[in-house]
Ligand binder design. Structure first.
Ligand code: ADP
Ligand code: MG
Length: 242
């Protein structure tokens, strides 16, 4: 029996804001299994980024528990958490977070620099990944010479560098026009079909519609969790024209 990639039990993250308490994530019970492609959809302020940061081990919960690949993350030291983050998760952000003075290849190599592999091997692996995301002809370009969609592909290649089983993306289409969004969502789908578990958080119902499982999040709580037939944005646009 395969254990879930993610299992949370009463996961809660509370912030204090000017004397007020905000429950950004409220007593969340969530199970995500290997191979799933899940969208978590919610309006701004619903707690999506807070949840993603918890799942990526970038933040610790106020209460409740989080099992990542079967291990209770509360029992991990900070070092064990960073190790688990590097090995098990890849993260893609809305603003790409690329290093502006580094080339595409150097940006993608970054997660490998903490290990002991030879630089030439890292470079070769980064080049292969960039090729796989369709940027084989942009290896030495800096982020400022790349379009938004291309920068997001670099960020995606970087997230895949350590071959993590779990990919987490925060508003991955937030900066992109709809046709570029479709290309990026197609790429996520392909990566999912190659066996990675993917969680996309988004405010955009069309982006959320591209996933097989859609969880709607409101005020830090799940309001619905359904399996659906994935729809491509352009399919929706086409059908609305008829
Ligand atoms: P979303 O990503 O869905 O827009 P967030 O997770 O960023 O939502 O925020 C959820 C709620 O938690 C908001 O009310 C936000 O103001 C609050 N919040 C998030 N991060 C912090 C923080 N570091 N300090 C205080 N409040 C925060
Ligand atoms: Mg957010």
């Amino acid at each position: 029996m395969n254990k879930p990639v993610i299992e949370t039990k009463a996961l809660t993250r509370t912030f204090s804001q000017g004397g007020q308490t905000v429950n950004a994530v409220k007593s969340l019970d969530l199970v995500i299994n290997h191979g799933e492609l899940v969208a978590i959809q919610g309006t701004s302020g619903s707690g999506k980024s807070t949840l993603l940061h918890l799942l990526a081990l970038l933040d610790r919960p106020t209460s409740g528990s989080y099992f990542l690949d079967g291990t209770n993350t509360a029992q991990m030291t900070d070092d064990e958490q960073s190790d688990a983050r590097n090995k098990l998760t890849g993260i893609v952000f809305q603003n790409f977070y690329l290093i502006p003075y580094a080339t595409a290849v150097e940006n993608v190599m970054l997660p490998g620099l903490y290990g002991h592999r030879a630089r030439t091997k890292l470079r070769q692996h980064a080049e292969e990944l960039l090729d796989a995301v369709g940027l084989g002809d942009r290896l030495t370009f800096k982020p400022s010479s790349l379009s938004g969609g291309q920068q997001q592909r670099v960020a995606l290649a970087r997230a895949l560098f350590n071959d993590p089983p779990l990919l987490l993306a925060d508003e991955p289409t937030g900066q992109l026009d709809s046709s570029t969004s479709n290309e990026i969502l197609d790429l996520f789908k392909k990566i999912n079909e190659l066996g990675k578990t993917i969680i996309l958080v988004t405010h955009d119902p069309l982006t959320a519609g591209s996933a097989r499982r859609r969880i709607v999040f409101k005020d830090g709580e799940v309001v619905s969790d359904k399996t659906q037939q994935p729809v491509r944005n352009s399919d929706t646009a086409d059908s609305s024209i008829q």
